[in-house]
Design a protein around this ligand. Structure first.
Ligand code: NDP
Ligand code: 8X3
Length: 250
């Protein structure tokens, strides 16, 4: 029987790449996202490699998360790897000029959404004494950068929540990883700048950014490491990027 990975936010970017990379490596894949049409397209691609189950729900909706996970049948119930990837940044305003709705969306998605999924999936892992939680944090969680304020805070929270989980499951064989990417060219900046494509493109000008697949490869490496090896945290930057705010463009 193949191992099972659940990837949140698999309609785009890093999540989509994780779904494809893990499927190619032999996993059956549960993919989630809010856009059913796009999720169906990704399901089509993933099904070339292995079995796939698309689940449409919003990670901010605790009841919807519960319904999705508790509704899994025997084939899908025993999740081996949970990749908490769904997330977003909104805006780059100064903290004293930021949009409170944007803040709430980031906090509800990046922190509470990740907690919703963790709370539902990890008890089964602990019970089976087997499993792996891979949270997609960010270099943004290591230090704030100009205008990053609340987004950076959500990713600092992901680090604390990941470290806390690792402590809380340490008696079991469950492993917990925080992957902290730097600049990855995905839909991330289009979302951050509310569809302003020119502004989004500028983020990746003069540097070769990471791809979703670069991050998926790191996730697969962590999941494939020998059982006694726990990849606790990985910071993955583009070459010429030294931190969240030091990027040398040529
Ligand atoms: P994308 O915008 O390309 O993908 C984001 C994914 O998250 C989409 O599949 C989207 O699906 C999903 N998503 C967003 N909100 C929700 C929600 N409320 N419920 C369910 N799914 C949701 O961005 P990335 O691939 O770049 O981002 C993935 C993760 O990587 C995020 O956590 C981000 O913070 C992190 N990251 C990104 C970096 C980058 O430079 N790109 C660097 C460091 C970290 P849908 O819209 O269908 O719901
Ligand atoms: C996404 C990377 O540097 O834009 O987390 O915050 S950054």
């Amino acid at each position: 029987m193949n191992k099972i990975v659940l990837v949140t936010g698999a309609t785009s970017g890093i999540g989509r790449a994780c779904a494809l990379t893990f499927a190619e490596a032999g996993y059956d894949v549960i993919i989630t996202g809010r856009r059913s049409d796009v999720l169906a397209e990704v399901a089509d691609e993933v099904s070339k490699w292995n079995d796939v189950l698309p689940l449409v729900f919003d990670v901010r909706d605790a009841e919807a998360c519960k319904k999705a996970i508790e509704g899994l049948n025997d084939k899908w119930r025993q999740i081996d790897v949970l990749i908490n990837n769904a997330g977003l940044a909104l805006g780059l305003e100064k903290e004293y000029e930021g949009d409170i709705e944007d803040w709430n969306t980031m906090i509800d998605t990046n922190i509470k959404g990740l907690l919703n999924m963790t709370r539902l999936v990890v008890p089964g892992m602990v019970h089976r004494n087997q499993g792996h939680v891979i949270n997609i944090g960010s270099v943004a969680g290591d230090a704030a950068y100009a205008g990053g304020n609340v987004y950076c805070a959500t990713k600092a929270a992901v680090k604390a929540i990941t470290d806390g989980l690792r402590i809380d499951v340490a008696e079991s064989a469950v492993r917990v990883t925080n992957i902290k990417p730097g600049l990855v060219e995905t839909n991330f900046s289009n979302v951050r700048f509310h569809g302003d494509c020119d502004r989004a493109d500028n983020v990746y000008k003069g540097i070769t950014p990471l791809t979703g697949t670069d991050i998926a490869d790191v996730a697969l490496y962590a999941a494939s490491a020998p059982k006694h090896v726990q990849i606790a945290e990985v910071l993955v930057l583009a070459t010429h990027q030294a931190s969240g705010s030091v990027i040398v463009r040529k």
